[in-house]
Design a protein around this ligand. Structure first.
Ligand code: PLP
Length: 361
């Protein structure tokens, strides 16, 4: 069986070796005679997976002991609420940098919890570009600065982060975590839903500086308090064991490939292949993002008209390319080329784009 060319935005492609290993262990994990999702989350066998996933992530991103790694549920979307619930004090302001639809959603949830301020917004310019913010002008009562590292829908990505910020920097890294090295120490908290770069849906990874764990008001519901999950190694209640097992295998795969430096090199090469086709198409393909803000994860582009777009998507589908329509909010096309998308699939797509242009322009 030939696997589909999968350019889905999320849930997205998983590494084939990960799927093969998971299916080999499906009925009998580690000699237990049970599948991983049939084991108790308090069992020795599961504990090795749970703690192993944390240890691998810690190694891959060089996360120091100053940070807790949490496995939560509710997706990145629940983090839009948990961040202000835990970290926005009553007399403080949560500061947001808006670079797309996900940052808007994060802000909207914070507005329900407390006071907020927009430091910068690219909305008027169609979220085509990432702002240059070195030392943002913060209100004196700022609690934190929140940003979205990669804008999955618009196809823009921060290439370097604001430094010299006097309050914790918080990042939604759902769609580019583990795609390149990051300096975790720059951040107070990082969160990411797993279903783009880390594994299947169902688990959300949070890395939080231990100092921030103290801040939550004691009135917070237990499950919504980071401290609860930190105190219980993310085993306060039943975790999504199958998702965490697949995360564990994805992390193993990244380690075997050579880590995030190698991953970053591959991702740069894959993105270059598609952006070159766009740049050399004399405007037939039009990239949504400005060149300096281009995402290496989500390549967004339009064709000369809606009819061309429809035709392109239809022919792409018949050739086995899946997931290429842009998000329903902006239309056009989007190729999501996360870690697990093989370079050869990207080469095939580039070839198809060139052929399509030849045929129709
Ligand atoms: C997909 C995505 C989300 C939403 O994630 P859920 O896990 O579905 O809540 C949030 N932020 C970004 C940047 C995303 O790409």
């Amino acid at each position: 069986m030939r696997r589909t060319f999968n350019f889905n935005a999320g849930p997205a492609a998983l590494p084939q070796p990960v799927l093969e290993k998971a299916s080999k262990n499906w009925l009998n994990f580690d000699g237990t005679g049970m599948g991983i999702m049939e084991l108790s989350h308090r069992s020795k066998e599961y504990e090795l997976v749970h703690e192993g996933a944390k240890a691998r992530l810690r190694r891959l991103l060089a996360i120091s002991d100053d940070y807790e790694i949490l496995f939560l549920q509710g997706g990145a979307s629940l983090q839009f609420s948990m961040v202000p619930m835990n970290l926005l004090g009553e007399d403080e302001v949560g500061c947001y940098i808006l670079t797309g639809a996900w940052s808007e959603k994060a802000l909207k949830e914070a507005e329900k919890i407390g006071r907020t301020s927009i430091l910068s917004s690219g909305k008027a310019l169609g979220y085509q570009t990432i702002p240059h913010i070195e030392q943002p002008n913060l209100p004196s009562d700022a609690a934190y600065v929140h940003l979205t590292s990669n804008n999955t829908i618009y196809g823009t990505q921060w290439s370097s982060y604001p430094s010299d910020i006097s309050v914790p920097l918080i990042a939604d890294m759902s769609s580019d975590i583990l795609s390149k090295p990051i300096d975790v120490n720059k951040f107070g908290l990082i969160y990411a839903g797993a279903q783009k770069n880390l594994g299947p849906s169902g688990v959300t990874v949070v890395m939080i500086h231990k100092q921030l764990l103290e801040k939550a008001p004691s009135s917070l519901p237990t499950m919504l308090n980071y401290q609860t999950h930190a105190n219980s190694q993310s085993l306060y209640n039943t975790p999504p064991t199958l998702s965490i097992y697949l995360l564990y295998l994805v992390l193993e795969w990244v380690e075997e490939i050579g880590g995030v430096d190698v991953m970053a090199k591959h991702n740069q090469q894959k993105a270059n292949i598609l952006y070159s086709v766009i740049d050399e198409s004399s405007g037939f393909f039009n990239g949504h993002a400005t060149v300096e803000s281009r995402s290496l994860m989500n390549v967004t582009f339009t064709l000369p008209s809606e009819e061309y777009t429809k035709q392109f998507l239809q022919e792409a589908k018949s050739r086995g390319f899946v997931g290429l329509s842009g998000h329903r909010s902006i239309g056009g096309c989007r190729a999501s080329i996360y870690n697990a998308v093989p370079q050869d699939d990207v080469v095939q797509l580039a070839q198809f784009m060139k052929e399509f242009q030849l045929q129709y322009s």
